[in-house]
Design a protein around this ligand. Structure first.
Ligand code: GCB
Length: 666
């Protein structure tokens, strides 16, 4: 049985029953999990042009074919990658980047299994000269197999994270080339996130059905940009940056570690060295260092402009440019890579989280990468609009619920001073197993590797609503948290927990406790009088249980835009407004206690879900509609977030925040 032959076996109902069997076993017997090594990914620097590198985009309209769900491996067996897909069957046009689900008018939306993309592209003759060429995908959900000119160059499992392959030797220079991608959206019990594939009867016989416990729609396809880029033969493969502030934030330190790959390195040319230059926003050189015989070093910066979050400083998101030059022993310039760095320090203790020594109160959102037509496809217009709305409403943070967001949005967050709780794709984690643990750790390794240099990333979230009531969650999350710390000690770890604190087995492995709760919605539906005290009691209980800072990471109510009902009634704009207001009251009580450090609304905008009788066209808990227009509650939230900004961080208020009503006589 070949690789894809295994697909049918593993992802079919027989696998499902196997997993069901294991689940029964897990519930009664403690699992023994082993801390196995996770392979480190290499490279993954965002593709950037420089005097030694060229970047070309392969975005555009590709050709697309869906496999027969009952025969998902046919394309592999029949070698569809050897020639244009259009020579085998009729193709349809498919935009890249985009989810494929909402593009057509037929039911591609609910397709389960493999789909194929291909396109032709030209590689200039000049690229054949003494350099390497790389093919890089920003993200393909969920699993991707990639061929260039009929040769398989890379396979990657895990959505929302980049992967790449060197294609120097498979390309035809000064000629046309063919790229073919097979993408598989099937989620099983050992994928991250998990899902189940079942075979069920329908009117025509049997059909394959995908199910999952999380509510956001399992959009799939080539979600982010595809790039070809060049590097010299000996090149900068990795850059790791750490920053620190000293002397009341007046002096800064940037430490960097570079790794290099290439022939010169293998010849043990010990004189390969790095020249690092740091420029401020105006382009002025503020620090430089040449590390002799070493690929790491430190830059000292005086009169530093720290990286501050939005509304915590009049000049938030201050970024320097770090220029890394790789030089040979004869000072020949081998490679140049530039990246933006923000100078800041993070610290935390049992009651607070501090940035540059100042205590932070998070006022933010859980979000989704989701929009009409594009699904989870990268869209710059949407991204810029979202940041404009975040700033308009006075938020200073968001959580990348429930998977890593685009690299472009991480760069944008750096520039705008928006703090990110960076979440890996583990949602509703259950049926803990050794294989799942390996994939979960790998998702964190890839995430941290990709995002470790972003000043905006201030915390790692290792899961959303894991089933931590299961006794096996203890050893599982101890291993996941320790692994995360082994990769990055400079940021705290959290997870958004939804089980009651009395059942939880994971909180003790975290640095910061985040909890999700839907008072007046999923519990005590409609009871606005049962919000404030419940929120206070639960936050206090979490703090008592673990003596750690506490965040409310989700609260909210589904709201149909334009539905008005007075007195407030579920789904109306009035109800959402009152639910928020009752939470605000609880948060202000909790803030006085000193360890309650943030409030995150669920959700920034309405988003698509799987079909369900609890959802009308999707999850409507957005403060903004899916088209990114404010619901009534947005205006209330804006007043609160700016009021908090003024009281806690002395920010100034936008002129239009209060509407003139009348002269009040007090
Ligand atoms: C949750 C989940 C989130 C859902 C939300 C809801 O607890 O973390 O992914 O969308 O509830 O609205 O049901």
């Amino acid at each position: 049985m070949g690789i894809m032959g295994l697909w049918r076996f593993l992802k079919s109902f027989s696998f499902f029953s196997l997993v069901t069997g294991l689940y029964v076993l897990h519930s009664s017997i403690a699992l023994i999990l082993v801390n196995k090594e996770v392979p480190n990914t290499r490279g993954m620097l965002y593709p950037r042009e420089s005097e030694t590198r060229e970047v070309r985009s392969l975005d555009g309209i590709w050709n697309f074919v869906r496999s027969d769900p009952a025969n998902p491996t046919q394309g592999i067996r029949d070698k569809w990658f050897e020639n244009d897909l259009s020579k085998i069957q009729s193709t349809i046009p498919m935009p890249v980047p985009a989810s494929y689900n909402d593009i057509t008018t037929d039911n591609l939306r609910d397709h389960v299994g493999t789909v194929w993309y291909d396109r032709r592209f030209f590689v200039p003759r000049s690229w054949s000269k003494d350099q390497r060429v790389w093919l890089r995908f920003g993200s393909v959900h969920y699993e991707a197999y990639v061929w260039v000119n009929g040769q398989r160059v890379v396979k990657h499992e895990m959505g929302h994270l980049p992967f790449e392959a060197e294609v120097t030797d498979v390309l035809k220079y000064g000629a046309e080339n063919l790229i073919t991608v097979m993408c598989d959206n099937a989620l099983i019990q050992t994928s991250v996130p998990q899902g189940k594939i079942t075979e069920v009867p329908n009117d025509n016989g049997m059909t394959i059905v995908q199910s999952y416990t999380f509510d956001f729609f399992n959009y799939a396809g080539i979600h982010r940009s595809v790039h070809l880029y060049t590097t010299p033969k000996t090149f900068i493969e990795e850059v790791k940056v750490n920053t620190n502030l000293k002397n009341q934030n007046s002096e800064g330190e940037v430490s960097y570690a570079v790794s290099v790959k290439g022939s010169v390195v293998n010849e043990a040319d010990n004189d390969l060295h790095i020249q690092a230059n740091l420029y401020d926003k105006t382009g002025l050189l503020v620090a430089n260092a040449t590390s002799d015989g070493k690929l790491e070093g430190e830059l000292q910066v005086s009169d530093v402009k720290p990286w501050w979050p939005y509304l915590m400083s009049p000049d938030p998101g201050y970024l320097y440019q770090l220029e890394i030059k790789l030089l040979a022993s004869n000072e020949e310039l081998l490679d140049v890579y530039r990246l933006k760095v923000g100078l800041r320090t993070l610290s935390w203790d049992k009651s607070q989280f501090l940035i540059n020594g100042k205590s932070v109160y998070f006022r933010g959102f859980g979000r989704h990468e989701d929009s009409d037509i594009r699904g989870k496809g990268l869209d710059n217009a949407l991204m810029v609009r979202d940041f404009n709305l975040l700033k308009w409403i006075g938020a200073n943070a968001y959580r990348t619920s429930h998977y890593p967001y685009s690299e472009e949005s991480m760069q944008f967050a750096d520039e705008h001073g928006i703090m990110i709780i960076d979440e890996c794709p583990s949602v509703d984690t259950e049926n803990f197993s050794q294989e799942l643990l390996g994939k979960h750790k790998s998702s964190l390794e890839q995430l941290i590797h990709r995002d470790r240099n972003h000043p905006s990333v201030i915390m790692w979230s290792i899961a959303n609503e894991p089933r931590t009531g299961n006794i096996n969650a203890d050893s599982y999350f101890s291993l996941v948290a320790n692994f995360t710390r082994s990769l990055d000690k400079t940021r705290p770890i959290t997870a958004a927990i939804a089980v009651p604190y009395t059942n939880d087995h994971a909180g003790r492995h975290l640095d910061i406790i985040s909890f999700n709760r839907y008072n007046a919605w999923y519990s005590n539906t409609g009871r606005l009088d049962m919000v404030t005290q419940n929120v206070i009691d639960e936050a206090v209980a979490w703090n008592n249980a673990y003596k750690k800072p506490v965040i409310m990471s989700e609260y909210g109510a589904d709201t149909l835009e334009g539905l008005h009902m007075q007195p407030a009634y579920v789904w109306s704009e009035e109800f959402q407004t009152e639910v928020f207001s009752r939470h605000f009251k609880a948060f202000d009580e909790l803030r006085k206690k000193g360890w309650f450090i943030g409030e995150f609304v669920w959700n920034f905008a309405d988003f698509k879900t799987a079909q369900s009788y609890t959802r009308v066209g999707g999850n409507k808990k957005g403060v903004f509609t899916r088209a990114r227009q404010p619901k009534a509650v947005a205006h209330l939230l804006r007043k609160r977030y700016f009021a908090l900004g003024r009281d806690l961080d002395q920010c100034s208020l936008p002129e239009d925040i209060f509407i003139y009503i009348a002269e009040w006589k007090s």
